[in-house]
Ligand binder design. Structure first.
Ligand code: IMP
Length: 174
């Protein structure tokens, strides 16, 4: 049986989302902003974040390959679903759930950068230490967390636990 240990409570997440939304609103002002949500993990973060941003905000989705059913990175990043909207000349903010190795983000930044957006920044709710070691950074980071496998608030293990309103460490019995 797997067990869950709460790492970040629902209240802590909601407070952090408000803080990030305030910072993003201050930085962009009335400039139209396109949020690019990386599926599936960032859907809940996107939904909470976008409701606290101004009326000039649009959203689109991209999906990259995931870990499958395991808990360690394959190092292979592929685009499964591309954007519907052209980002040329747009101010784009990538919305990520978590940076682990940072490989997914590095790849996305490179790909989207070739489409000539006016600006390209990243907001991630969670960041593990490995990403910093690889030099992958987000302009806006919610929480720095230890190198543990976490689920909840959009994050899954084999598609389970995404609906939890909090973030928890998943302990798997061996
Ligand atoms: P990266 O490319 O190693 O930074 O991995 C990014 C993606 O891996 C995230 O968008 C998640 O989908 C997944 N991932 C990384 N760490 C975790 C975790 O602790 N729990 C659930 N998914 C994770």
């Amino acid at each position: 049986m797997a067990s869950l240990e709460v790492l970040i409570t629902e209240q802590q997440i909601q407070d952090k989302v408000s803080e990030l939304a305030r910072r993003i609103s201050q930085d962009y002002g009335d400039t139209p902003l396109l949020l690019v949500s990386v599926l599936k993990g960032s859907f809940m973060f996107l939904a909470d974040l976008v409701r606290q941003l101004g009326p000039n905000t649009e959203i689109d989705f991209v999906q990259t390959s995931s870990y499958g059913d395991g808990t360690s990175s394959t190092g292979i990043v592929q685009i499964r679903k591309d954007l519907d909207i052209s980002i040329e000349g747009r101010d784009v903010l990538i919305v990520e759930d978590i940076l682990d190795t940072g490989l997914t983000l590095a790849h996305l930044r490179e790909l989207l950068g070739t489409r000539r957006p006016r600006s390209l920044k990243v907001v991630t709710l969670l960041c593990k230490p490995e990403a910093a070691r690889h030099g992958t950074q987000a302009e806006y980071v919610g929480f720095e967390i230890p190198d543990r496998f976490v689920v909840g608030y959009g994050l899954d293990h084999a598609e389970r636990y995404r609906n939890l309103p909090y973030v928890a460490v998943l302990h798997e019995a061996v």
